[in-house]
Ligand binder design. Sequence first.
Ligand SMILES: *Cc1c(COP(=O)(O)O)cnc(C)c1O
Length: 425
Amino acid sequence: MADKIPGFDTLAIHAGAAPDPATGARITPIYQTTAYVFEDVKHAADLFALRAFGNIYTRIMNPTQAVLEAKTAALEGGTAALAVASGHAAQVLVFHTMMQPGDEFVAVRQLYGGSINQFSHSFKSFGWHVVWADAEDMNSIEKALSPKTKAIFIESIANPGGRVTDIAAVAKIARKAGVPLIVDNTLATPYLCKPIEHGANIVVHSLTKFMGGHGNSMGGIIVDAGNFDWSKSGRYPLLSEPNESYHGLKLHETFGGIAFAIAARVLGLRDLGPAIAPLNAFLILTGMETLGLRMQRHCDNTLKVAEWLKQQPQVTWVNYAGLKDDKHYALHQRYCPKGAGAVLTFGLKGGYDAGVKVVSSAKLLSHLANIGDTRSLIIHPASTTHSQLSAEQLRQAGAGPDVVRLSVGIEDVSDIIADLAQAIA
Ligand SMILES: *Cc1c(COP(=O)(O)O)cnc(C)c1O
């Protein structure tokens, strides 16, 4: 019994957490403090030199955040994690840890609109260049590789197209090229899919979405799979070379399978600064305790909504990998058999204007730019989240003018369908 590996729902509640040693508080406290008293001068010096692990200053770590990190690492099957202020901050720190100015990375076009913007525009000022490929075409990923490529970036289930990526096939390409595979697992969560089991080296999340699950706090996290050799090629100097700001310490040599998570913390987070607030870490932790329950209900509701939408004469198509005739159904069965997530898109006969009309007519469904809340959310990407993209980028991202996106909540599904019925009518 003692040796039984706990199941997902047990880990979601217990992993990383224990009664507070100082007070006996059963729930992880919100450690609302900026700094921590050192035991003595030697302890302080050891902490600063990374000879010992411990709390120094909340920009770098905090005990509430540490529980969130341990829990997420356990759920994803990683060795360590680093929680930060948002999903986008997590992405910046991941690339900061592996890229040098002038380097390239390959990303598939089927991504969250914010990631497309971040990669195409803001990353340029760091000298990091994205080369786009197509998640449906493994040849396009191989062709996008060059000697300057440092990583490949995909989403497990892609937002907003509702497609499932063949993670193992991309992992194979990454392994052959000697570069890490980064998987954004925001839409799937580890309840539906564990990318590390399929060959991912780094997993990132926007905790803002299903992981926190209640639409109340921003957060992001980086999970280190501990399965990439950062020293082998000499192409990841932050990890393999002596670090001047730590007396010549070589991070990968010293920390092995948790080196990436450590480097992202003690270099990226320390110097760029997007720390997660302790209150947000607490709220996300509370949400994560019910991740399994919520995700299953989200997926069950979404399948029913998708099946209903398909019957409606005003609806031209429905994109949801959970539908048996969807072109991603086989990948859904392989990578996330418990459900295809809670985000789907559908097309309306009336195009752009009909999309605007439906989102304006919804009552129970909230019209807003988010996903992964307990409540159902609706948006017309072409006029909102994806409005900065060109017509061609819109099409490639699965966000054309007639597309409406739903993030199906955990309300009674009959009420969700009733609201959609009146909005579409
Ligand atoms: C929201 C989102 C992000 C960005 O996360 P923030 O917490 O909003 O910064 C990244 N990837 C995906 C798939 C998302 O849905």
